[in-house]
Design a protein around this ligand. Structure first.
Ligand code: NBP
Length: 477
């Protein structure tokens, strides 16, 4: 038998991805460093489709039809390089290695270049949706050559999630590292979404005075409107869950220190390198980091500040509506920032990424799937060179309508001492973009004062310097 695709690395993700291919009618060669995992997969799930269990790398490669399509689903970083080095010598020109792990796009660019020189297509592929997505249909973000997508694309389209309109949640994102770059930003946006939801929860709890179960109901209601999304849906599930051991709300028995695996941090690091302001995503990463500083938090607990005093019942309901507006407006801003980063990466690396297509493939299968993404796609479909999502008429109007409530929520949060870094960063970004004048002019003056860094003038071309230490006359720099 010859397999149309092979998967090596059979932990949760690889195993479910292999099953997904098999369930869709493909013959799948499976391989894992520890052979027992391979055997377990064939034994447990052999009746789901055609698997070819391979114990050695040679057997695995021999089982694949040509050109070979070999999916690597191992730990990102060094293990991925080790596995590539194990298989690449066994492959022939035209074969494909598909890395479905969470690789850093710079690693993907390096691997793609090295393998291209050996005639092998390297397809760095972002896969979102966790283990459930891998099994039932993930959102798939392949990079690599167009040619490889021609052979691989139809298979990926088959196993991918489908959006509500039936469109497969996969597209050829762009060359070399484009797919992993977009997956990285997806995760950054996911961090921001989660932070904003967390702030909405905290406000509903501390300012509105609602209990977790009541907040779950509010999120359920929100999930029937424009915030309809997977993350809002699971938020309601988590908030309504009661701890069996104590009878308390589950959210009250979990240690409030958020962990992270690194893709959100990468999004911010790369944004800094590219000079893209992703303040909402950055605040989300920092909020997780702050939460983890237990001794610092303990040492700060007695610092002065207001204690929230909950609103009356009738005020609370009105406040909840305002929080929905603030959450929605802030969400528009974090997507605006995320798409700006993708556009900047595309420009820097010459990827020519179709932003509307990215929004489209995030509509199903991934963690940030949401009705909202249809609107983003529509915005880019209407105008591919949209300078920013905020320049889309619909989003601009929605923010205009939301902004009074957005500001009121931040006033209440500030008065009552509830931290809302995500909401606040989003509003500051919005106000900074709309500002006629920014204090950056003063910054330039300071820089020229202490470092003769020069400045440009509003009324004349050229660079200028003021002789601050002398007679303060202006010279052309
Ligand atoms: P892990 O990231 O936990 O990796 C375990 C797999 O890597 C096992 O198959 C293991 O083989 C193999 N492996 C390691 Br570790 N070092 C190896 C080496 N030097 N040579 C060969 N094989 C090696 O698995 P996972 O959670 O299924 O994730 C796989 C990839 O998918 C990761 O890159 C992850 O970041 C990404 N991802 C995960 C999720 C998720 O929800 N978990 C979502 C999206 C993407 P062994 O069995 O012999 O130890």
């Amino acid at each position: 038998t010859s397999a149309q695709i092979g998967v090596t690395g059979l932990a949760v993700m690889g195993r479910n991805l292999a099953r997904n291919f098999a369930r869709n009618g493909y013959t799948v060669a499976v391989h894992n460093r520890t052979v027992s995992r391979t055997k377990a997969l064939v034994e447990e799930f052999g009746d789901e489709g055609d698997f070819v269990g391979a114990e050695t790398a040679e057997e695995f490669v021999a089982a694949l039809e040509r050109p070979r399509r070999l999916v690597i689903m191992v730990k990102a970083g060094q293990p991925t390089d080790a596995v590539i080095e194990e298989f690449a010598p066994l492959l022939e020109p035209g074969d494909m290695i598909i890395d479905g792990g969470n690789a850093h796009f710079a690693d993907t660019r390096r691997r793609e270049r090295e393998l291209r020189e050996r005639g092998i297509h390297f397809v760095g592929t972002g896969i979102s949706g966790g283990e459930e997505g891998a099994l039932h249909g993930p959102s798939i973000m392949p990079g690599g050559s167009k040619e490889s997508y021609g052979s691989l694309g139809p298979m990926l389209e088959k196993i991918s999630a489908k959006a509500k309109d039936g469109a497969p949640c996969v597209t050829h994102v762009g060359p070399d590292g484009a797919g992993h770059f977009v997956k990285m930003v997806h995760n950054g946006i996911e961090y921001a979404d989660m932070q904003l939801i967390g702030e909405a929860y905290q406000l509903l709890r501390d300012v509105a005075g609602y209990a977790p179960a009541q907040i779950a109901d509010i999120f359920r209601t929100w999930n029937t409107g424009r915030l309809d999304s997977y993350l809002i849906e699971i938020t309601a599930e988590v908030l309504s869950h009661v701890d069996a051991a104590t009878g308390k709300p589950f959210v009250d028995v979990v240690v409030d220190q958020a962990e992270q695996k690194g893709t959100g941090r990468w999004t911010v690091q790369i944004a800094l390198d590219l000079g893209v302001p992703v303040s909402g995503i950055a605040e989300a990463v920092f909020a997780r980091s702050l939460s983890g500083h237990a001794p610092l938090r303990a040492a700060s607990r007695d610092l002065a500040g207001p204690k929230p005093s909950p609103l009356s019942e009738s005020e609370a309901a009105a406040f909840a509506d305002r929080v929905e507006q603030a959450l929605y407006a802030s969400k528009i801003v974090s997507y605006t920032q995320g798409f700006h980063e993708i556009a900047a990466g595309s420009e820097e690396y010459g990827w020519d990424i179709d932003l509307g297509a990215v929004a489209s493939i995030w509509r199903g299968g991934c963690i940030i799937r949401a009705a909202f993404l249809d609107r983003i796609r529509a915005a880019y479909d209407a105008r591919a060179d949209l300078p920013s999502l905020l320049s889309d008429e619909t989003f601009a109007r929605e923010i205009a309508e939301a902004q009074d409530d957005w500001r009121e929520v931040l006033v209440a949060a500030t008065r009552q001492g509830v931290p809302t870094p995500g909401f606040a960063a989003a509003l500051a970004y919005y106000d900074a973009l709309r500002a006629e004048r920014l204090p950056a002019a003063l910054t330039q003056g300071q820089r020229d004062f202490f470092g003769a860094h020069t400045y440009r003038r509003v009324d004349r071309e050229g660079s200028f310097h003021t002789l601050w230490g002398g007679d303060r006359s202006e010279v052309t720099a």
